[in-house]
Design a protein around this ligand. Sequence first.
Ligand code: SAT
Ligand code: MN
Length: 587
Amino acid sequence: MSALAGSSLDSLNQWVARVAALTQPDAVHWCDGSDAENEALTAAMQADGTLIKLNEQTHPGSWLHRSDPEDVARVEHLTFVCTSDRDDAGPNNHWMAPADGHAKMDALFQGCMRGRTMYVIPYCMGPIDSPLSRCGVEITDSRYVVANMRIMTRMGAPALARIEREGNFVKGLHSTGELDPDRRFIMHFPEELEIKSYGSGYGGNALLGKKCHALRIASHQARSEGWLAEHMLILGLENPQGETHYIAAAFPSACGKTNLAMLIPPEGYLKDGWKVTTVGDDICWMRPGSDGRLYAINPEAGFFGVAPGTSKKSNPNALASIQSNTIFTNVGLTADNQPWWEGLDEGEPVTDWRGEPYDAAKRPAAHPNSRFTVSARQCPSYSQESENPVGVPISAIVFGGRRPSLVPLVFEARDWTHGVLIGAAMGSETTAAATGAVGVMRRDPMAMKPFCGYNFADYFSHWLDFDNGRNQLPKVFHVNWFRRGEQGDFLWPGFGENLRVLEWMIGRVNGTAGAVETPIGNLPTASDLNLEGVELSTEAMEKLFGFERAGWQQEFASIGEYLEEYGPRMPQALKGEQQRIAAQLQE
Ligand code: SAT
Ligand code: MN
């Protein structure tokens, strides 16, 4: 494909020309997304060692990529939001003035593509024909990024045609640079719908359609256009009566979104006819429809899932999805060139993710943030509704994190404002998905701490605004699959058994399931949930279904302090809700 003439493409052509003049590539290639293009790129990557062919018998069409060992996760400390007014970025983001941000990045991009080809990737986030979808163009010098964007987005000619029709798109400029951690920045310019990313080839740092566009830039855009861009999976839950409810759920990275999105119901439920379908596993864009309900699309077309822990037992649908046409990044290898990771439950590693002989004493076979990239269509539970331009109506929104203590298995918000507070107060232990210490408790409101492209105080106001008397808003819940006992063991079996909790939620939506009111929200008693066939210790029963007043008093004091960090911009309605509950906890 070559650059097209035509007035609405002028701004695209001019930008591409400007970038080429700055970065000085040897060649410019416009990606059309065709199979022939993909084959040529893949062959070139195989030839230069960027991709290693996996066992064609067991994993046809699949590849291993080893990233630079210093480039294995998102880098939150090097991620910036550049707004003209510092307060618009908020205490939740690193900030730089837009002019400084551009100057810093353009100095890095200067001549950086010499000797390389520059790829121009037009892409659409969401179904090509959906009014909820948005387009972007990523310019990159990484063929690995092109191959991943091809799986993760609707990339190529149809996206370019939509850009030509609409005239506006998000501009993303990316170069792997020298992969030097000291020359690495992920910079966002939400007011200009622009992203500049330099020095990393990994995941959310480099596949700009994902976190940079679909969350940081889109959240900013969504605020001004009256919709929501969220870090949420979307699943369809079909009951034995054949009714399907759609649930959107926010959890921080590497807290089981992919597993929940692809859940297989426990035996007894399967017999009764329960079914879970997958619309998305990471990002959800939603907007009120004419009936006032929130309609959601998954802006992505593929999964960039965490490999370790994925097994026939934990996530059979994910494992089935990645048997072919998959790019694995930073996993280990077996003697016969099959991908391997900790928790796979079969096979044995001989080579680790750095390409060295596997030595359990030295390092794990797979990096803890190793990933698979695969088309969503390969998932056995893939929902046809993912292609529906209208989106799916959301019945319940779920927030959750890794909380080893205090937080029970599930509770329900009394109303929307309370639900927004529950989301705003979310906390979780950090994971390997971002560089930095793992297992440290931090507040991660709505799992958007690393991804909200503007001030959290304004973000919460935006959420509160949806309660306008016209909208038919979903019920809001909080879950904790990660509660631990005195011995450090997980008290809830999780995985497929989580369906029992989802069933209760739908029962609450339909008005058929019971709950007890407490200051923190409505909790099920153990008899409100179907626990047939689940063995829970007395400790588990107490901790999963109990309400610990003293601990919650402390938690609410800490939530109050957290909201104060945002100063007067924090909506009074949210502070009022926190104070009301804190007072009830004292009674
Ligand atoms: O690296 S990504 O941001 O794409 C994945 C994640 O952390 O959720
Ligand atoms: Mn994510």
